[in-house]
Design a protein around this ligand. Structure first.
Ligand code: ATP
Ligand code: MG
Length: 229
């Protein structure tokens, strides 16, 4: 499968603001290459999730271009979901079983495939310990699932998808650094060959990224490799 055909993301001189006051992004340029993991770092409020919205085409740049293989994402519409999978910072979970919530990533996935990704995201034992296991309804378990566990249910969903581009907004929230590294290792192995944008607020695991972007005050203040840090 030639994912390269739809997997190069480019920001060219992109300026963005939500309102008339102040630019969130100020004339930034960078490229996400096929078969590469890019870590996007920066302080809270620096615009990391905004970059995600521009790639998804949910927001459009005020100046400059955001493209996937030279097609502007602002014009793609719903079809973008065939190309880009997203783990949002606050993922939406549905009023159905844990099993179904994960299977939403690929309705054709078998129960075994769902269990496999649940194991990858370190949730299998916990799900098995619930009264109805994988068939436990999310509305009941909503209260006992922590923010990090909810994040990983949505992450498991993303791991079932087949898109060439994957964006993960803080996939390891709430984990200790050892489990975090282990999970990142697993994720990046599963996502090998794709274009991966991994948004994170700290450096743990950044040595696994091929490219590191550091965003601050509307600018990319660093674009390089871990060794160059
Ligand atoms: P965090 O690390 O806390 O998730 P972030 O780097 O993802 O932060 P963004 O969510 O991209 O930051 O937000 C960048 C700036 O834009 C912030 O100042 C935020 O308050 C503002 N902002 C985000 N979404 C909107 C919106 N829909 N309307 C207006 N302002 C917004
Ligand atoms: Mg964010």
């Amino acid at each position: 499968r030639k994912v390269e055909e739809f997997s190069k993301v480019e920001f060219e001189n992109v300026t963005f603001q939500y309102s008339v006051e102040g630019n969130i992004l100020n004339n930034i340029s960078f490229t996400l290459e096929p078969n590469k993991i890019t870590a996007l770092l920066g302080p809270s409020g620096s615009g990391k999730s905004t970059i995600l919205k521009l790639i998804e085409g949910v927001e459009a740049p005020k100046q400059g271009r955001v493209t996937i293989n030279n097609i502007e994402t602002r014009i793609v519409g719903d079809a973008i979901s065939n190309v880009v999978s997203v783990l949002n910072q606050k993922p939406y979970l549905f009023d159905t079983s844990v099993l179904n919530n994960i299977r939403l990533g690929n309705p054709k996935a078998s129960d075994d495939e769902v269990v496999k990704v649940a194991k990858m995201v370190e949730l299998h034992d916990y799900i098995e310990s619930l009264p109805q296991g994988y068939h436990t309804p999310m509305e009941e378990t909503g209260v006992r699932f922590s923010g990090g566990e909810r994040q990983r249910i949505a992450l498991a969903r993303v791991l079932l998808q087949f898109t060439p581009i994957v964006i993960l907004d803080e996939p390891t929230v709430g984990l200790d650094s050892i489990t975090e590294r282990k999970l990142l290792n697993t994720i990046f192995k599963v996502l090998e060959g794709k274009t991966v944008l991994w948004i994170t607020h700290h450096l743990i695991g950044s040595e696994m990224a091929d490219q590191i972007l550091f965003l601050d005050q509307g600018k990319i203040i660093m674009d390089g490799t871990h060794n160059e840090l």
